[in-house]
Design a protein around this ligand. Structure first.
Ligand code: GEK
Length: 256
């Protein structure tokens, strides 16, 4: 079985960089992505582990595959190397699921295609290189937006969520995981400092922490938890709740 290479350590910000260099999801990032995301996102593994558990409850074979079979269709938007799709595939029989995994970065989708087809050759998984702002979504049971909305320009977020709300069948869910900031400056400062402590505890140096922070400026734009809930209301989700929080990272489930 091919797996993302766990030996590829994230050394991206171990040397001083041009302060203006922007973070991008290129080949260099792809090579160390599993290590980077595990050491940088509090609760990443825990959130992934819950996705099949949610899917079991909310995916009810409401859709039809090309061959006429009843399937549950799941979108993994901003899939990177397909970790969420991989977790779901491991817990569902091939005939039950249809996964559409989309990412704008060709470096990511090339690697995701290999990983998913090597590990789950029987599953119906389509990896698509596209901007999630441009794709049309087919009717679906579950949409996963795991750490992706935060990379879209703020002005484009409502339209993407509206499209998701329209595509979901009654009873379907959106799982939205995001880095956030707190409205209260003091609380925010505390959360950010403890987040950097979390990164230090995971082996990142001061230079790596500040290098990554500079590179993500104006690339990863956070909202507050209240802003997320207000936006979900605005696009028509009547019920949504924060089911997970670890420092400044949260995950929300929204019910159609
Ligand atoms: C995981 N969900 O491991 N359209 C499509 N993809 C995009 C867009 C866009 N407009 N903008 C950014 N991306 C994954 C982790 S990573 C989170 C998601 C992180 C993609 C981008 O190419 C990258 O692969 C992903 O969103 C964000 O469960 O690195 O912090």
């Amino acid at each position: 079985m091919s797996q993302p290479d766990p030996t590829k350590h994230d050394i991206l910000f171990t040397t001083p960089l041009d302060k203006a260099a922007r973070f991008s999801f290129d080949e260099q990032v792809v090579a160390c992505f599993p290590d980077m995301i595990r050491r940088s996102v509090p609760g990443y593994g825990q959130v992934l582990a819950m996705l099949p558990i949610f899917a079991r409850r909310h995916c009810k074979y409401r859709q039809q595959s090309d061959s006429g079979q009843r399937v549950s269709r799941v979108y993994d938007l901003g899939c990177s190397l397909g970790a969420a799709s991989m977790t779901l595939s491991g817990e569902f029989d091939p005939q039950d699921l249809q996964i559409k995994a989309i990412d704008i970065s060709p470096a990511m989708t090339t690697e995701a295609t290999t990983l998913l087809s090597d590990n789950y050759p029987e599953h119906d998984i389509e990896v698509i290189t596209a901007d999630i702002r441009d794709v049309e979504l087919e009717p679906c049971d579950m949409v996963i937006l795991n750490l992706t909305l935060q990379f879209l320009p703020a002005a484009d977020r409502v339209a993407v969520l509206e499209k998701i709300h329209t595509a979901l069948s009654e009873g379907g869910i959106l799982v939205l995981t995001e880095k956030t900031h707190a409205f209260d400056e003091q609380y925010d400062a505390w959360l950010v400092e403890r987040y950097y402590d979390f990164k230090r505890a995971n082996g990142y140096t001061e230079m790596e922490i500040s290098g990554k922070r500079n590179a993500l400026e104006n690339v990863l734009i956070t909202d507050t938890l209240d802003e997320h809930h207000a936006r979900l209301d605005q696009v028509g989700f009547k019920r949504h709740l924060t089911w997970f929080q670890f420092l400044n990272f949260v995950s929300i489930v929204a019910f159609k």
